[in-house]
Design a protein around this ligand. Structure first.
Ligand code: HEC
Length: 198
């Protein structure tokens, strides 16, 4: 019995058994992780999560359409030139001797803006003299294919590139030319007819 009591005293004097308690996470770690999370969420929103993912970046389809020259917005004359004219008149605007006349330094390109607009609207067939050389080809009409704004843009491009400096063409000038030749269904016959529009 005595021994029991002594044993209990001895036990009471003991420290409690050590046990595992939660080790607090250092504040700096919490701060760094929270900042990283905040940044990640912010980043997702800055990357326009609601934009059309098939576009691959933050450009909207409207912006892309405008670049292609097909939709609303700014029309790109250089792009239209590359797609509609360069095959014949060449990317440099120098044409192909004897086959496609040059746009560089051409008196038709650098003349009145209404003259250039009329050529694009209706095309040409028959003999045409460009920079002293005669051509006997066919220039397609673009009146049905391109809008007034597109014709103005491509003419503005052509008249300010390839060493030309005739200045830009307004959409209104193309509209007026289209209006005044409304009844026309055939291409200009070449020198004779176009000389009158000079
Ligand atoms: C299928 C080939 C072809 C395409 C495409 C073409 N042209 Fe032409 N273009 C010609 C030919 C050929 C002539 C000369 C016509 C003739 O001999 O009667 C010409 C003549 C011209 C002329 C008057 C002559 C000169 O050299 O200045 C202009 C201006 C012109 N084209 C601008 C354009 C523009 C701008 C485009 C694009 C929107 C274009 N052409 C697309 C073949 C083409």
């Amino acid at each position: 019995m005595i021994q029991d009591i002594n044993q209990a005293d001895a036990q009471l004097r003991e420290h409690p058994d050590p046990h595992e308690s939660g080790t607090p996470v250092p504040r700096t770690v919490i701060a760094v992780v929270s900042l990283a999370l905040l940044w990640a969420v912010g980043y997702i929103f800055m990357a326009h999560p609601s934009a059309d993912p098939s576009l691959g970046d933050s450009r909207t389809s409207k912006e892309l359409m405008a670049q292609a020259g097909g939709g609303a917005g700014a029309v790109d004359g250089a792009q239209i030139f590359g797609a509609q004219c360069a095959a014949c008149h060449q990317a440099s605007g120098s044409g192909v001797p004897g086959v496609f006349p040059p746009l560089a330094g051409s008196e038709w390109v650098n003349g009145k803006d209404s003259l250039a607009a009329n050529i694009l609207l209706h095309g040409i067939s028959g003999k045409l003299t460009v920079k002293g050389q005669a051509y006997q080809g066919a220039m397609p009409a673009f009146g049905d294919k391109l809008s007034d704004a597109q014709i103005a843009a491509v003419l503005s491009h052509v008249r300010t590139q390839f060493g030309n400096s005739a200045g830009k063409v307004d959409e209104a000038a193309v509209k007026a030319a289209r209006e005044s030749t409304k009844g026309r269904t055939t291409p200009w016959t070449g020198d004779d007819e176009l000389a009158k529009l000079k």
